[in-house]
Ligand binder design. Structure first.
Ligand code: ZN
Length: 365
């Protein structure tokens, strides 16, 4: 077994600047933007100093071509990102929530191209599975706009690259970022060959997005399944979602390849989310998906980093995931292991009610 790994230092150079307001009546002290480089860079550092890097196969990123981006995004949107990037930076969305600095276009292309390269490596059997530690993230990006710190839809761009050479390939996306994977869902809602599964904190971001009622459209009806967990959900609820909803949905769908939109912002110390998943929880969740991939698609699974904003805890959660993927235990302990004893790690009845409803939808169009 071998695990491909994609990280380039230049991903940390994606510049989101400072956030804050100094307008009269709306004063917030400017502070580094919450989607800064530290969480991911510290994960990359821990992978190196723990020795885990020696057990991974480096898969270099390359810039996605404009033609590859254009399979997913409108040309006008791509042109707008390129133009702003050349002019010193700008925003990928009208709401100005998704800033980027000079050269941000090239860095975002490199992130998308890294996921493309890793996906092809897994599909061709050059590595057994993989982890793309890319930045900026992608799962909120829509066809014609960026959103939620995402410029380009990295996973969708990789799916379309693969499908350009392998027609009829069935792809599942399991999104466990704490936010709804709206971009992936919308890009594939009418597509019966892509299964979009998302577990997220109910109505966190985007607003009013990711309900149980959203099941896909036209021929894709039934190929979208959302599990909006109440705030305060922990390891117990997340594991139940995987075991009782997502694994049965994968077994029903029979994918040839599985992507995991691996946001780590359902982690217990995240400044954006309000869930309490721990490094041990992520390890067990990874084991469940690895077993499913082993049963269904010869182990072909590609993890793609999305959100996750705690520079303290993301490195340990990410290390736990990649240890499970590679089968190598570094022996590094989670310094915040006491989080495993939080009362919120046990599934509550409101959480179980949502999981029960979602489980009842598997295989029902
Ligand atoms: Zn997120």
């Amino acid at each position: 077994m071998s695990t491909g790994y994609c990280w380039q230092e230049i991903f940390a150079w994606h510049d989101t600047g400072r956030a804050g307001r100094l307008r009269p009546g709306a004063v917030t002290e400017p502070y580094p933007h919450i989607e800064g480089p530290d969480a991911k860079r510290r994960l990359a550092a821990l992978i190196e100093v723990s020795g885990l890097l020696d057990h991974l196969v480096r898969v270099p990123a390359r810039p996605a071509s404009e033609a590859e981006l254009a399979r997913v995004h409108d040309q006008r949107y791509i042109d707008g990102i390129r133009r702003q990037s050349e002019q010193g930076g700008g925003f990928a969305d009208a709401e100005r929530h998704t800033p980027f600095g000079e050269g941000g276009f090239e860095i975002a292309r490199l992130a998308a191209g890294g996921v493309i390269e890793l996906s092809h490596a897994v599909l061709a059997g050059r590595v057994s599975n993989g982890y793309a530690l890319v930045r900026p993230p992608g799962h909120h990006a829509e066809r014609d706009t960026g959103m939620g710190y995402c410029l380009f839809a990295n996973i969708a761009i990789a799916i379309e690259s693969i499908r350009s050479t392998r027609r009829g390939l069935r792809v599942a996306v399991v999104d466990w970022d704490v936010h709804h994977g709206n971009g992936t869902q919308h890009l594939y809602e009418a597509d019966p060959e892509v299964l979009a599964l998302s577990v997220h904190e109910d109505n966190l971001f985007p607003a009013d997005s990711g309900s149980l009622e959203e099941r896909g459209t036209a021929a894709g009806h039934g190929c979208t399944l959302n599990v909006p967990l109440p705030a305060g959900s922990g390891n117990g609820a997340y594991l139940e979602v995987l075991e009782r909803v997502f694994v049965p949905a994968l077994e029903y769908f029979k994918p040839d390849l599985i992507f995991v939109a691996c946001g780590l912002d359902a982690g217990a110390m995240d400044p954006h989310g309000h869930q309490t998943v721990t490094a041990a929880g992520y390890a067990r969740m990874t084991d469940v998906l690895l077993a499913a991939a082993g049963d269904l698609c010869e182990g072909r699974i590609v993890f793609v980093h999305e959100g996750g904003y705690s520079p303290y805890y993301v490195p340990h959660c990410g290390l736990a995931v990649i240890e499970r993927l590679s089968g190598h235990d570094t022996g590094i302990e989670d310094p915040y292991f006491r989080l495993n004893e939080l009362p919120s790690q046990i599934t509550t009845s409101p959480q179980r009610a949502v999981i029960d409803r979602a489980a009842g939808m598997v295989g029902v169009a």
